[in-house]
Write a protein that binds this ligand. Structure first.
Ligand SMILES: Cc1cc2nc3c(=O)[nH]c(=O)nc-3n(C[C@H](O)[C@H](O)[C@H](O)COP(=O)(O)OP(=O)(O)OC[C@H]3O[C@@H](n4cnc5c(N)ncnc54)[C@H](O)[C@@H]3O)c2cc1C
Length: 457
């Protein structure tokens, strides 16, 4: 919708008068304008509504649909692809709907509102000896609704799957305000199309998630962790692929390159890798954790400079915290375009070599770390700290990273989604026919195109 300034002012006044939870304060507009990607989009929000309950979400969407007003659903705004960037739309913030409605320890199912913080759900599950498995590094502040909309991944996904694998059913408000329930509360079920799966990862373009029925798992007892160092990142990536080939299944398998290690050590005061060219952190869980880590260590040791293993919780926490802080550590020294390509695990070494070649040829500094067990590589394409406008050579380097991912049989995004930042490259991966199917689905669910326009597809 391209509204005149007068129409925008009228719509804003109408929204502010209709909902006590609507705001157009400078702070709210500045916060709602962007997300963690840093993309400022085209314009500040029309207004921000911090939803009070589900009927209000329905009313906001019906009101907006009737007037052709675009709406951007929002959780914690921690997204890295620009999915929650307002671009002048009405921002519908559902983070305040944050009740854990129930946890059923027998059925191992949780029912939650969308604003529940990911780590809070896992902590509540832990009280019943259960685990909410998806654990993005942002788990301490991202919301379940945002995780569902982006199909978030994390470190444990190598063993327990991504968010999609944990979602059994959804309550969704459609673009016209209707509330529907998809899926089920049972572990199995084949009635109807998989609409739940369709909403997962749809980045707020098909409906607003207002409730979720989620699968929990038994919380594993026992844990063991190994740290292996390598001369370079390629050797580290080869070792990770070798684990897969040896049919070993760690519960976590992370890789950090030299540049990332330096950033983490400077940021946290740690000495994670000494002078290593790269490190791999592997973890196992369950009653066989110690045996499994011993087998994993053997494979990791093949080409390694050193391997250590620990069952000490403090050392383990320090290693995992270092991995979780990789992104903030890099951002402390540079401005970053955060990419998350995913390639077949067997091609991870080629991917890291290709990224290093792109960095060398373009002169752009690229840090790399990876959920190596999933082939999910984060090339962090950087430029000078404090410079807000992304230099063209950074975009050029990122475009080459995307092309590399596709060349290796991979995908543009393993877990962050497309948002606004990767949209221009979507056709390269999907092709015209499949992209056309996406537009057909969008038109069926959101005929007026008001839900998060210009994102994801
Ligand atoms: C330090 C850091 C580490 C991160 N690590 C990871 C990681 O390991 N793995 C990973 O996958 N991501 C990671 N992320 C990215 C981000 O945290 C995830 O994408 C997360 O799922 C976004 O959740 P959110 O609540 O912040 O959603 P937002 O950023 O608010 O929204 C993200 C998208 O979801 C839509 N949306 C939000 N809520 C709803 C809803 N209720 N209904 C419909 N649509 C909705 C928005 O419109 C937008 O398109 C990281 C981010 C940071 C800053």
């Amino acid at each position: 919708m391209t509204a005149s300034p007068e129409l925008r002012a009228d719509l804003r006044a109408e929204a502010l008068a209709r909902w006590a939870e609507a705001s157009a304060s400078p702070d709210e507009l500045a916060r709602g304008r962007t997300d963690r990607s840093g993309d400022l989009g085209t314009a500040e929000p029309l207004a921000v509504v911090r939803a009070r309950d589900v009927p209000q979400v329905q009313d906001v969407l019906a009101w907006a649909d009737a007037r052709g007003v675009p709406v951007v659903p929002r959780g914690a705004g921690s997204g890295l692809a620009g999915g929650a960037v307002a671009n002048g739309a009405l921002v519908l913030d559902v983070a305040g709907l944050d009740r854990i409605v129930s946890i059923d320890p027998v059925d191992e199912v949780a029912v939650v509102e969308p604003g529940v913080v990911t780590a809070d759900l896992d902590a509540a599950a832990a009280e019943h000896g259960l685990l909410y498995a998806p654990d993005p590094a942002s788990a301490g502040f991202s919301t379940i609704g945002g995780n569902i909309a982006t199909n978030a991944g994390g470190m444990r996904c190598v063993k327990y799957g991504v968010t999609r694998d944990a979602v059994l059913g959804l309550d969704v408000v459609l673009a016209d305000g209707r509330l529907v329930r998809t899926g089920r509360a049972t572990l199995k079920g084949v009635v109807g199309y998989d609409l739940t799966g369709l909403f997962v990862g749809s980045e707020g373009t098909l409906g607003v998630v207002v409730g979720a029925t989620l699968r929990l798992r038994p919380r594993p007892v026992g844990q063991a962790t190994a740290l292996a160092t390598y001369v370079d990142v390629e050797a580290a990536a080869r070792a990770c692929a070798a684990l897969g080939a040896a049919r070993l299944r760690p519960s976590l398998l992370e890789l950090l390159d030299r540049a990332t290690l330096e950033a983490v050590d400077a940021f946290t005061g740690s000495d994670l890798g000494g002078d290593a060219g790269a490190v791999v952190i592997a973890q196992t869980d369950g009653p066989e954790a110690d045996d499994e880590i011993a087998r994993i260590e053997k494979v990791l040791a093949d080409d390694a400079v050193s391997v250590e293993h620990t069952s000490d919780p403090d050392r383990t926490d320090a290693l995992l915290a270092a991995r979780r802080l990789a992104l903030p550590a890099i951002e402390a020294r540079a401005t970053a375009l955060i990419e998350d390509i995913c390639v077949p695990r067997s091609r991870l070494a080629e991917a890291v070599r290709g990224v290093e070649r792109i960095a060398a040829e373009t002169g752009v500094r690229i840090y790399s770390f990876a959920h190596a067990g999933d082939g999910n590589l984060h090339p962090i394409v950087t430029w000078e700290k404090g410079v807000a406008v992304r230099p063209p050579e950074v975009d050029a380097a990122a475009a080459r990273v995307f092309a590399l991912a596709l060349e290796l049989g991979g995908t543009l995004s393993g877990e962050h989604g497309v948002g606004t930042l990767k949209r221009a490259f979507l056709g390269d991966e999907l092709g015209a026919d499949v992209l056309g199917l996406h537009h057909g689905i969008k038109a069926a669910l959101d005929p007026r195109g008001t839900l998060n326009p210009g994102k994801a597809i």
